[in-house]
Design a protein around this ligand. Structure first.
Ligand code: HEM
Length: 503
C-alpha cells in the first residue's frame, strides 16, 4: 500500500542534497565567474549578500567596512555585486558630473532602502530631480539664506535662555546636548522650511515627531534587507501585520509631514520660507512639484536638516571639549572676535579661521553620514579609479573609511583642526583634502550645505561665547556608538556655567 514511500524519500533526499549543494555552486560562480571576481574582498561577502545586510541591520557596517578597507585596500567587494571605495578619485568617478552626453549613474534604491512608489528629490529620475532641485536651490541660495539668518539666531537665543535657566535650576547646568541640539535643528527647519517652529525647545521634552525620526531612519535598514531578499521581505511584511510598530514610525513621519506641509500650502504669508519657492508656479505648471513630491521631499528635508545638523554639532562639541587645547583656542578666538553678545553677526562668524578648521576636522573625524550613498553603474559600465566596472553593479564611496584612511590623511585618528589651517603644517602637507566630501558632490550632492554651516557655526559661537562648558564623566567615550545610515547618538552630557569674565 505504501509502495510509493521509498520513491518519495529518495526524491526528498535528492532535493535536500541539491539544496545543500546550492551554496557551494553559488560560491564557485560568484568567486570565480562573476564580473566582479577580480576585485579583492572576503569570499563570504563575494558569495552572499547576508554578511553586508547583517552588519547594516545590527548597526556595525561602519567599522566593518573600515576594517575591510584596512585589510584589502582602496576598493573592496563587500557583497556579490557591490564595491566599496575609499579613494578620493572615486568621488569624481561615481558622484561627479558625467561627461557630456553620458548618463548619471542612478541611485541604488536597495541601497537607500526606500519603497518603489516613493517620489522625492532623493530618488527621483534625472528629469524630475532637475525640476525639484531647481525649486529648492532657490530656497537655499545665499540670498534666501541671508533672510533666514535672524530666524536661526532667534531659535539659538531661545536655546541659550533655556540653558541659563538650567544653570540656575535643579539641573545645576547638567545638560544633554544631543537632545537640545536636535530640538533646535528641528525647530529651525520647521520655521525656515514650512513657516512655523515645531516648538520643541519650548516644550523641552521629546516631541513625538522627533522621537520617531531616528526610528524611521533605522527602519530604512530593514527595508534594505527586504528589497534584497524578496522572501525575507515577504516574511517581514507578515511580521509587520503582527507587529505594526515596525513600520509605524516611518508612516507617522510621513503623516505628520503631510499635515504640516498641506497646512502651510493653504496659508497666505508674506514671510519667505522654502515653501514660498516650492509654490512659485501654479500647480498645473510643468515646472511645479505635485503634492506627493512636495510632502515626501519635505519629509526627507526634515530628517536631513535635523539629524545631520544635530549630529555634526554634537560631534564638534564633543571633539572640542575632549581636546582642552582646541577648546581653549576656539573659545579665545570667539570671545576676541565678539566683544559683546550683540556684536555676534554671521558675516564675521563665517570668517573665523579656527572655528572653520574645527568644523572641517569634526566633519572628518566624526562624519555625520558615515556610511555611503550607493549608485548603480550605467548600461555601458563605468571606469572607476582607472578600472572598468561592468553594468548594473553597486558602487559607493564609504565615508568613514575614506576619512580615517592613512592613504588620505596623516595620523587620521587624531583630531587636529590645524590640518585645515593656512599655511598647512608640514605634517599634513600630503593630506588629500579633497577626499573629505561629507555633503557628497555632483548633480545630486547636498543642497543644504549652506544651511548646515549657518546653523552649526553660529551655534558653536553662541555656546562658547556665553558659557564655560565641561564634558561630563559619563560622556567621556561618547563617540563609541552604532550607526544605522546615521549615528545612533547617545546622550552627550555637559556641565554649563556662566562664562567667567576675563577668561
Ligand atoms: C552635516 C549636515 C549634512 C550632511 C553631512 C549632508 C549630507 C548629504 C549627502 C551626502 C547628500 C547626497 C546624497 C547622495 O549623494 O545620494 C545629501 C543630499 C541632500 N541633502 Fe544633505 N546633508 C546635510 C545637511 C543638510 C541640510 C541642513 C539640508 C536641508 C536643509 C539637506 C538637504 C539635502 C537634500 C535636499 C539632498 C538631496 C539633494 C539632491 O538629491 O539633489 N542636507 N546630503
Amino acid at each position: 500500500m505504501l509502495w510509493f514511500l521509498p520513491v518519495l524519500v529518495q526524491r526528498a533526499v535528492a532535493v535536500i542534497c541539491l539544496l545543500s549543494l546550492y551554496p557551494f555552486f553559488l560560491a564557485i560562480r560568484n568567486i570565480f565567474f562573476h564580473p566582479l571576481s577580480k576585485y579583492p574582498g572576503p569570499w563570504l561577502r563575494a558569495t552572499f549578500f547576508w554578511p553586508e545586510l547583517w552588519t547594516t541591520l545590527t548597526g556595525n557596517s561602519v567599522p566593518t567596512h573600515k576594517a575591510l578597507h584596512d585589510q584589502y585596500g582602496h576598493v573592496v567587494r563587500i557583497a556579490p555585486d557591490a564595491l566599496s571605495y575609499n579613494d578620493p578619485q572615486a568621488w569624481r568617478d561615481i558622484h561627479g558630473f558625467p561627461e557630456k552626453g553620458k548618463p548619471q549613474m542612478r541611485k541604488d534604491r536597495t541601497g537607500f532602502g526606500d519603497s518603489p512608489d516613493d517620489e522625492n528629490i532623493l530618488v527621483a529620475n534625472d528629469n524630475d530631480h532637475a525640476r525639484i532641485r531647481k525649486l529648492l536651490s532657490h530656497a537655499m541660495s545665499d540670498a534666501a539664506l541671508r533672510k533666514q539668518e535672524p530666524i536661526v539666531a532667534a531659535h539659538q537665543e531661545n536655546l541659550l535662555e533655556k540653558f541659563y535657566a538650567r544653570i540656575e535650576g535643579p539641573e545645576k547646568g547638567i545638560t544633554d546636548l544631543t537632545h537640545w541640539c536636535t530640538f533646535t535643528a528641528f525647530d529651525i527647519i520647521g520655521d525656515i522650511g514650512l513657516g512655523s517652529s515645531f516648538g520643541a525647545v519650548d516644550a523641552g521634552g521629546y516631541h513625538s515627531w522627533i522621537a520617531n525620526l531616528f526610528a524611521s531612519i533605522k527602519f530604512l535598514g530593514i527595508l534594505r534587507v527586504a528589497e534584497t531578499y524578496k522572501w525575507v521581505g515577504r516574511l517581514m511584511h507578515c511580521a509587520m501585520e503582527t507587529f505594526p510598530a515596525m513600520q509605524k514610525s516611518r508612516d507617522l513621519h510621513i503623516k505628520l509631514t503631510k499635515d504640516k506641509t498641506l497646512g502651510r500650502m493653504k496659508t497666505v504669508t508674506e514671510r519667505e520660507d522654502f515653501m514660498t519657492h516650492v509654490m512659485k508656479y501654479p500647480s498645473n505648471d510643468p515646472r511645479s512639484m505635485n503634492e506627493k513630491e512636495t510632502v515626501q521631499t519635505f519629509a526627507f528635508l526634515i530628517v536631513a536638516a535635523t539629524e545631520t545638523v544635530s549630529t555634526a554639532a554634537c560631534g564638534a562639541m564633543y571633539l572640542t571639549l575632549s581636546h582642552p587645547h582646541v577648546h581653549q583656542r576656539l573659545r579665545q578666538e570667539i570671545r576676541d572676535a565678539f566683544p559683546t553678545k550683540e556684536s555676534i553677526r554671521y558675516s564675521t562668524i563665517a570668517t573665523l579661521p579656527y572655528l572653520n578648521a574645527v568644523i572641517e576636522e569634526s566633519l572628518r573625524r566624526y562624519t555625520p553620514a558615515p556610511a555611503s550613498f550607493p549608485r548603480r553603474t550605467t548600461v555601458e559600465g563605468n571606469v572607476i579609479c582607472g578600472e572598468y566596472v561592468p553594468p548594473n553593479m553597486q558602487v559607493a564611496v564609504h565615508q568613514w573609511s575614506t576619512y580615517l584612511s592613512e592613504s588620505n590623511f596623516a595620523d587620521p585618528l587624531t583630531f587636529d583642526p590645524d590640518r585645515w589651517l593656512e599655511p598647512t603644517p608640514e605634517k599634513y602637507k600630503n593630506d588629500k583634502k579633497h577626499a573629505l566630501q561629507p555633503f557628497g558632490l555632483g548633480p545630486r550632492g547636498c543642497i543644504g550645505k549652506n544651511i548646515f554651516y549657518l546653523e552649526v557655526r553660529s551655534l558653536l559661537v553662541r555656546l562658547f561665547w556665553h558659557f564655560d562648558i565641561e564634558l561630563c564623566e559619563e560622556s567621556k567615550n561618547w563617540m563609541d556608538h552604532k550607526a544605522f545610515l546615521m549615528w545612533e547618538k547617545p546622550q552627550l552630557l555637559v556641565k554649563l556655567s556662566k562664562r567667567q569674565e576675563g577668561v
